[in-house]
Design a protein around this ligand. Structure first.
Ligand code: ADP
Ligand code: MG
Length: 908
C-alpha cells in the first residue's frame, strides 16, 4: 500500500538494509516493525511514551510542533526521535490523522519484567495493535459527533469499449453502517460530495488512471491506492461471506461485481486496520444514492448546504435547521440534507411523520425531552464491539435503551401512527427491557473514562468486589480489627500489629509476653521472627494471608471489575442488532421531531410533491438569511416563484430572468428556491406559505466570477466550465440556478454568453431555471421566448438614495442603480459625481444604437444547433467530421468537452 496525500509519507523512514552488528536489539525490532508498516507513521511504545524515529520523527515533529531529539546512532548517524505521552496521544493522533497521515500504534505486548527474565539485554516484545487511519477511527475524541465517518472503497467494471461503472462501498466503522452502490464515472464527484468520506481506497489501476488523476487531486480527501491482490470480485465475495458467516451473498440483495469487489476491499481494509478486532458491521445494503437528487460539489458549496463557503458549519443551511437534541442524530439530519429523495412516496412518508408532530405539539415536546437523554448509542456500541469501549460506553447504552423504551411508550400510547413513526416504535419495542436495568444496576454513578482506572462497578453489585475494595481502602481498619482480636484472645493489651519493609506485617509484644508466645498454646498461632531489646516480633498465618490479600486486593479488584465489564459487554453485544436498529430509530425520530419543531416555530408549511414538473412557491423565504436578519431585528420579505410550465408540460419549465441592482436580493431569491426544493425533498416542511414542486432530479447552482484560485483557473474559466456542465447535463427535471453568469469578462462578451445560455436553457434543456443578471438588455428575451418571464427586485429612490424593498415583481429593472449602491458603500463623493457624468455620456450613445434592438436582428439560437449538418461530397475525407464523430458528449467531463471544442476549432 502507498498513501497519498501526503505523499511524503514514510516509506523511506527506516533503512531496512541496516548492518545488523551495529544495530541495538531494540532498534532492530523497531526497523522490523517499521518495515512491515511502511505507509504509516509508527508510534513505538516505550514506557509512558510513543516514540517516533527517523523520518517519522521529522514529519511528526514538524506537524505537531514537538521537539526533535536524538537517540543513539544508526550507521554512524544520529537517530532523530520525538515522542508523545501515551495519555495525551489522542490529541496528537487527531492532528496527524487530520493532516491525512496514518499511524500504526505499536504496543508492548509483554510485561517488561518478563523480558528481563530472558536476560538483561532482551527487548520487550512489541507488536502493532492497530492502524489509525482517517476513515477507520472510533474514539469519541477523534470523531466529529455530528458527522458520519466514512471509508469508501472504489472498484469498477467495464461495461463496454470505453465505458465503466464504478462500485462504491462505504463503511462507517463508528456505527457499523455498510452500504454499496454503483455509479457511472461522471457521477463519482456527485456521490463523493454527498457522502463526504474521510478516506478513499481504490486499486492502483483506478488511482493511476490518467482520466481520473485530476479528479483525485481535487477531491481533498486522502486517497490510498491498494495493490491489486485480493481485490477481485471472487476473493471479495469469499471475504464477505466469511465475515458475515453466510453461504451466499444473495441474502443481502443483488450486487454487481463492482459493488462486491468494492465491498470486499473496504472490508479487507477495515480488518487490516483493526488487526483482529471485529467491527460490528451490518450486512451491506444498497445505498439509496440512485434515488436522491443529484447535487454536484460546486452546487453544494454554492448553496452552503452543510458548510459555508468559508468551510464552517455555522451559517450553513444545516446549522440553521438543526434542532436535533443529540449530536449523533444531527449526523442523520446531515445525511438527509445531503441526499434529498426523488421518490414522491418516500418523501410523503417523511412529511406524514413531520406533519403529525407539527400538529401534535405535546407529543413532540414529550418525545424531544425523552430523546435529550439519548447518548450516541451507535458509536458506543461500535467501540464496545472493537473491545475499545469504556464504562461510559456501557452507561451510554443503558441510558439510550432506557430512553428508547420511554419513547416507544409515548408513541404507542398515541396510537394510529404514520408508517415511519410506527416503524420506529416497533424497532424500539424490540430491545430487551432487562438490559438497561442490568447495566444501571451494575454501573456506578461516576464513571472513569477507561476501564483500567477501575471503580466503575456499583457498590453492592458484587460481594467479592466489595470485600476487595474494603481491604484496599480500609486495610488499616481490617488490621486494627485483627489487632483488637489478638489482644483480647491473648489478653495482652499492648499487642500491636506493625509493618516494615523487611518483615511486612508483624505482631509486636513486650518481651515478657513474647516469651509466652514461644510456648503452647500460642506457638501454634505465632511464629517468632525477631527479638528486639525490649520486644519480640511474630508473624501468623492469618496475618500473612491478610497481608497477601491486601497486597493483591487492588489487583484482584481491577481484574474482577474487568471481568464484570467483559460480561456486561458480552450481554450488550448479544443484542447488537436490535440495539443498532433502535439507535437508528431514535435518530430518525429526533430528526423528524426536530423538523417538526422547526416547522411549527418558524411557520413552515408542508409542500406538495408529485411527479409533475411544477414549481410554484407562494411567499417563499431564505431560511438562513431570514435567521440572520431576525437576529438584527429586521424582517425578511417573502416572495413568490412561478416556474411551472405555462402550457403543456412537454414544452418545459419556465425560466425566470431576474434583473435588479446589486444588493436588491437577487442572489437570495435564487438560492431560496433551490433550498426550498432541497428541504422539500429531504422530507422537511418549507419556509413558504405553500409550495408545489414536481420532483427535481438534479440541482445546479452557479455564481458568476466565483474565485477558485486554489485550482489554478481563472475565475472566468471556472465560470464557463461550470456553465458548460449545466448546459450539457441539465435534463427536463433539473432545477437550474444561474447567478450573474457572464460577469467575469468584458460586457459584450458576458452579455452574449448569458444570452446564448438562456436560449439554450429554453430550447434545449427546457428545465426550470432562475437566472439573475445585471444585463437588463437580456430582458428583451422575455418577449421573444415564450417561457422566459422577467422579474425584478423593487427598489425606490428617496432623496437620491436607493432604498431596497427586496420585493420580487414581474417586469424588468429600469436601471442598475450601480452608482447609488457605490455611494452607499462610501465611494468618495468626487468619484461618484464623475461616474454619474460618464454614465450620462454612455447612455446617450446607447440610445443611438440600443443593444435591445439586436434581439430583433438576431436569429434564434436553437435553430443552428438542431439543423442537420449539410452534406459533404463523399469522396472528400473530412478531418473535422471524423474528429467530431469521435467525440462522445455523454462520456465527457465538462473540461474535456471544452478541450474537445478547442481541438475542433483548431481543425476548422
Ligand atoms: P443581490 O444578489 O441582488 O446583489 P443579495 O441577494 O446578495 O442581493 O442580497 C443582499 C442583501 O439584501 C442580503 O444580504 C440581505 O441582507 C438582504 N436581502 C435580500 N433579500 C431579502 C429579502 N427578501 N428580505 C429582506 N432582506 C433581504
Ligand atoms: Mg447577487
Amino acid at each position: 500500500m502507498r498513501h497519498s496525500p501526503p505523499s511524503e509519507a514514510t516509506r523511506s523512514a527506516a533503512p531496512a538494509e541496516a548492518a545488523p552488528e551495529r544495530v541495538t536489539p531494540m532498534m532492530a525490532q523497531y526497523i522490523e516493525i517499521k518495515a512491515a508498516n511502511p505507509d504509516c507513521l509508527l508510534f513505538y511504545r516505550m514506557g509512558d511514551f510513543y516514540e517516533l524515529f527517523f523520518r517519522d520523527a521529522e514529519i511528526a515533529s514538524r506537524r505537531l510542533g514537538i521537539v526533535l531529539t536524538k537517540r543513539g546512532k544508526h550507521q554512524g548517524d544520529d537517530i532523530p526521535m520525538c515522542g508523545v505521552p501515551v495519555d495525551r496521544a489522542d490529541d496528537y493522533l487527531q492532528r496527524l490523522i487530520a493532516a491525512g497521515h496514518r499511524v500504526a500504534v505499536c504496543e508492548q505486548t509483554e510485561d517488561p519484567a518478563e523480558a528481563k527474565k530472558r536476560g538483561n539485554k532482551s527487548v520487550v516484545k512489541r507488536d502493532v495493535v492497530r492502524l489509525v487511519t482517517p476513515g477507520t477511527i472510533t474514539e469519541e475524541r477523534l470523531l466529529e459527533p455530528d458527522r458520519a465517518s466514512l471509508l469508501i472503497a472504489v472498484a469498477r467494471r467495464k461495461t463496454g469499449e470505453a465505458a465503466s461503472l464504478y462500485g462504491l462501498a462505504a463503511i462507517d466503522i463508528s456505527t457499523g453502517r455498510f452500504t454499496v452502490m454503483e455509479t457511472p464515472q461522471e457521477r463519482l464527484g456527485i456521490e463523493f460530495s454527498r457522502l463526504e468520506p474521510r478516506e478513499i481506497i481504490c486499486p492502483d489501476a483506478i488511482h493511476d488512471d490518467p482520466e481520473l488523476k485530476e479528479f483525485w487531486r481535487e477531491i481533498a480527501v486522502p486517497v490510498t491506492p491498494l495493490a491489486r491482490d485480493g481485490l477481485d470480485a471472487a476473493s471479495a465475495e469469499r471475504r464477505l461471506k466469511e465475515f458475515f458467516g453466510v453461504a451466499t451473498l444473495d441474502a443481502f440483495g443483488h450486487f454487481s461485481r463492482a459493488e462486491i469487489a468494492a465491498a470486499g476491499a473496504a472490508l479487507a481494509y477495515v480488518e487490516r486496520t483493526q488487526l483482529g478486532a471485529r467491527p460490528p458491521l451490518s450486512a451491506p445494503v444498497r445505498d439509496s444514492g440512485s434515488a436522491t437528487m443529484l447535487i454536484d460539489a460546486a452546487t453544494r458549496a454554492n448553496l452552503e448546504l452543510t458548510r459555508t463557503l468559508g468551510g464552517e458549519r455555522q451559517g450553513s443551511l444545516l446549522a440553521t435547521i438543526d434542532r436535533t437534541v443529540t449530536p449523533g442524530d444531527a449526523r442523520l439530519l446531515a445525511e438527509w440534507l445531503a441526499g434529498p429523495l426523488t421518490d414522491p412516496a418516500a418523501i410523503a412518508a417523511r412529511h406524514d411523520a413531520v406533519e403529525l408532530l407539527v400538529a401534535n405539539g405535546a407529543l413532540r415536546e414529550d418525545l424531544r425531552r425523552a430523546l435529550e437523554k439519548v447518548p450516541d448509542v451507535a458509536r458506543a456500541l461500535a467501540r464496545l464491539s472493537l473491545d475499545r469501549g469504556g464504562p461510559r460506553d456501557l452507561a451510554a447504552l443503558g441510558a439510550g435503551l432506557t430512553a428508547a423504551r420511554e419513547v416507544a411508550a409515548l408513541l404507542v400510547r398515541r396510537g394510529d401512527l404514520p408508517a415511519e413513526l410506527a416503524r420506529a416504535a416497533r424497532a424500539l419495542g424490540e430491545t430487551d427491557p432487562d438490559l438497561p436495568r442490568r447495566l444501571t444496576e451494575a454501573l456506578a454513578e461516576e464513571l472513569p473514562l477507561n476501564r483500567r482506572d477501575g471503580r466503575f462497578v456499583r457498590e453492592g453489585h458484587d460481594a467479592t468486589l466489595d470485600e476487595l475494595r474494603l481491604l484496599q481502602v480500609d486495610s488499616r481498619k481490617v488490621i486494627a480489627q485483627l489487632q483488637a482480636r489478638y489482644a483480647t484472645e491473648t489478653g495482652c493489651r499492648t499487642l500491636r500489629i506493625k509493618h516494615n519493609a523487611m518483615l511486612g506485617y508483624f505482631v509486636e509484644v513486650p518481651q515478657a509476653m513474647g516469651e509466652e508466645f514461644l510456648k503452647e498454646p500460642w506457638r501454634a498461632t505465632f511464629v517468632h521472627r525477631q527479638t528486639m531489646s525490649d520486644a519480640m516480633r511474630f508473624s501468623s498465618v492469618e496475618l500473612s494471608e491478610l497481608e497477601a490479600r491486601i497486597a493483591s486486593a487492588a489487583d484482584r479488584a481491577l481484574k474482577l471489575e474487568l471481568a464484570i465489564f467483559a460480561q456486561l459487554t458480552e450481554m450488550v453485544l448479544a443484542q447488537a442488532e436490535p440495539i443498532k436498529e433502535a439507535a437508528l430509530a431514535l435518530a430518525g425520530l429526533d430528526v423528524v421531531a426536530a423538523l417538526a419543531d422547526l416547522a411549527a416555530r418558524e411557520g413552515w408549511s408542508r409542500p406538495v410533491i408529485d411527479s409533475s414538473v411544477a414549481f410554484t412557491i407562494e411567499r417563499g423565504r431564505h431560511p438562513v438569511v431570514e435567521a440572520a436578519l431576525k437576529r438584527d431585528g429586521k424582517p425578511f420579505v417573502a416572495n413568490d416563484t412561478e416556474l411551472s410550465p405555462p402550457g403543456t408540460e412537454a414544452k418545459g419549465g419556465r425560466i425566470c430572468l431576474i434583473t435588479g441592482p446589486n444588493m436588491a436580493g437577487k442572489s437570495t431569491f435564487l438560492r431560496q428556491n433551490a433550498l426550498i426544493a432541497v428541504l422539500a425533498q429531504m422530507g422537511s416542511f418549507v419556509p413558504a406559505a405553500s409550495a408545489h414542486i414536481g420532483i427535481v432530479d438534479r440541482l445546479f447552482s452557479r455564481v458568476g466570477a466565483a474565485d477558485d484560485l486554489a485550482r489554478g483557473r481563472s475565475t472566468f474559466m471556472v465560470e464557463m466550465v461550470e456553465t458548460a456542465a449545466i448546459l450539457n447535463q441539465a435534463g427536463p427535471r433539473a432545477l437550474v440556478i444561474l447567478d450573474e453568469i457572464g460577469r467575469g469578462t468584458a460586457t459584450f462578451d458576458g452579455l452574449s454568453i448569458a444570452w446564448a445560455a438562456i436560449e439554450n436553457l429554453h430550447e434545449v434543456n427546457r428545465c426550470r431555471s432562475l437566472f439573475a443578471t445585471h444585463y437588463h438588455e437580456l430582458t428583451a428575451l422575455g418577449d421573444r421566448l415564450d417561457r422566459v418571464a422577467n422579474a425584478t427586485v423593487r427598489v425606490t429612490e428617496w432623496k437620491g438614495e436607493v432604498v431596497f424593498l427586496h420585493e420580487v415583481v414581474p417586469g424588468a429593472a429600469d436601471r442598475s442603480y450601480g452608482i447609488q449602491v457605490a455611494k452607499l458603500a462610501g465611494l468618495p463623493p468626487a468619484v461618484v459625481e464623475r461616474a454619474r457624468a460618464i454614465l450620462g455620456e454612455l447612455e446617450k450613445t446607447e440610445r443611438e444604437k440600443p443593444v435591445a434592438s439586436l434581439v430583433d436582428d438576431l436569429p434564434l439560437f436553437a435553430a443552428p444547433v438542431r439543423r442537420p449538418v449539410p452534406a459533404v461530397a463523399d469522396d472528400q475525407p473530412d478531418e473535422l467530421r471524423e474528429a467530431l464523430a469521435g467525440v462522445e458528449p455523454d462520456e465527457m467531463t465538462p473540461r474535456e468537452a471544452l478541450e474537445a471544442l478547442y481541438r475542433l476549432k483548431g481543425l476548422a
